[in-house]
Design a protein around this ligand. Structure first.
Ligand SMILES: C[S@@+](CC[C@H](N)C(=O)[O-])C[C@H]1O[C@@H](n2cnc3c(N)ncnc32)[C@H](O)[C@@H]1O
Length: 384
């Protein structure tokens, strides 16, 4: 496919997304109907689509309309690419721009320019203060790709060498001692020998830093209460060199975890009904995902004020449910991939207010300016 044909394909996929089809489904539908498209074409179309979704509001303003074609036009204008080089009408290229399209488009303003929903802007400012605008701006750009070195299987040097043998260039990422940033060959990771042999896992650097911040020690009884795909359970098992129990309200979300654990040489036991006491319980709770909107930009536009209130209620209930599972003097670690105070500090404050004797040992808010996704972790100590 030519670069122009990829732009046209992205515009069509964006129209389906605007009509309500989830992005992955819209891309899969296009992919299935486009057998002629090679892997580089698919990757390029996907990149265009996600670039626009990160900038859903501002590309409509810059492009002068809400269609996929207008949003692609807006994206190209924002990127400084002359649209006339692509909107040529030749072959499968988008048809040439009309006079109305040339005249349409304006400079985005306020929350629109930062690609945040208006309703969220005041919470965003209250949560991030002086970092509010810069953080929103960072979410308008692609995220770096990070790997976690599985220390059960490899040293940093061995992992870097194994990845390099497969054409993947990496460098240590300062946020966590296990983190590598991929600087070349990110698309080859999932098929690389280093990955299939369990030397590395795909995991954001801040997600790794959250696990590194936990007071894990050999011999502890540890539970991951919201294990999902198991990224943090595996990271904890690797740090502990011991067993981690994994639980999730939706056990189907853990279906890949046993195979991932075998690949990583990690000890994970799935538990449906956790029975305490545990020395450490991690609650990586469901949240707005605002810290990872670079990777999953749909969440930014799906979130509503009611949805956020529902999430904070669930977060509070999970903390209340888990507290009795923690041993005396043990740790309840509360984590979100959010940067909103209402999901982070406010939830911890509410928990402490309702649970006399508990105390906050430490908390940390990670922002994209730290290098990885936005994440929050608080370690709460149970009464002795
Ligand atoms: C943020 S995800 C976890 C991600 C995972 N820890 C990781 O690092 O890959 C949150 C998980 O919480 C689960 N969950 C939602 N409500 C829950 C509840 N009441 N109790 C336990 N898990 C819950 C969801 O099914 C989801 O898998």
């Amino acid at each position: 496919m030519t670069p122009a044909a990829r732009v046209q394909a992205a515009a069509e996929v964006l129209d389906r997304i605007a009509a309500g089809t989830p992005a992955e489904q819209a891309l899969l539908g296009w992919s299935r109907a486009s057998r002629f498209a090679g892997s580089k074409d698919r990757a390029a179309v996907r990149d265009h689509v996600f670039d626009v979704m990160r900038r859903w509001r501002s590309t409509a303003a810059s492009g002068g309309g809400e269609s996929g074609r207008a949003r692609m036009l807006g994206l190209l204008r924002q990127q400084g690419t002359d649209p006339d080089t692509l909107f040529t009408g030749q072959g499968h290229a988008p048809k040439p721009l009309g006079d109305a399209e040339r005249a349409a488009g304006r400079v985005p303003e306020g929350a629109e320019a930062l690609d945040l929903p208006d309703w969220l802007w005041s919470d965003w400012q209250a949560s991030l203060g002086a970092e509010a605008a810069a953080t929103a701006e960072q979410l308008r750009h692609r995220a770096p790709v990070f790997l976690r070195i599985n220390t059960l299987r490899a040293t940093q040097a061995a992992a870097i060498a194994a990845l390099s043998a497969d054409g993947i260039a990496t460098r240590p990422a300062p946020l966590a001692d296990t983190a590598l940033e991929v600087i070349e060959g990110a698309r080859k990771v999932a098929r690389s020998k280093a990955f299939t042999d369990g030397l590395v896992e795909l995991q954001d650097a801040a997600s790794q830093a959250v696990v590194a911040a936990l007071p894990l020690a050999p011999g502890q009884r540890v539970l991951d209460y919201c294990a999902g795909g198991g990224g943090k359970a595996l990271a904890m098992a690797s740090r502990l060199s011991g067993l981690v129990e994994a639980h999730d309200a939706n056990p189907a979300r853990m279906s890949d975890l046993p195979a991932r654990a075998i690949r990583a040489g990690a000890e994970i036991a799935i538990t449906q009904e956790p029975r305490g006491p545990y020395d450490l319980v991690l609650c990586d709770v469901p949240c707005s995902g605002s810290g990872s909107w670079r990777r999953a930009p749909e969440g930014k536009w799906r979130l509503t004020a009611d949805g956020l209130a529902e999430l904070t209620a669930i977060q509070g209930r999970i903390l209340d449910t888990v507290a009795p599972l923690v041993a005396r003097g043990g740790t309840l670690a509360y984590a979100t991939c959010s940067m909103l105070a209402t999901e982070n500090g406010a939830r911890v404050a509410a928990f402490l207010a309702g649970h006399p004797g508990w105390s906050l040992a430490r908390e940390r808010q990670f922002l994209p300016s730290d290098g990885g996704d936005g994440f929050y972790v608080a370690c709460l100590t149970a009464p002795d």
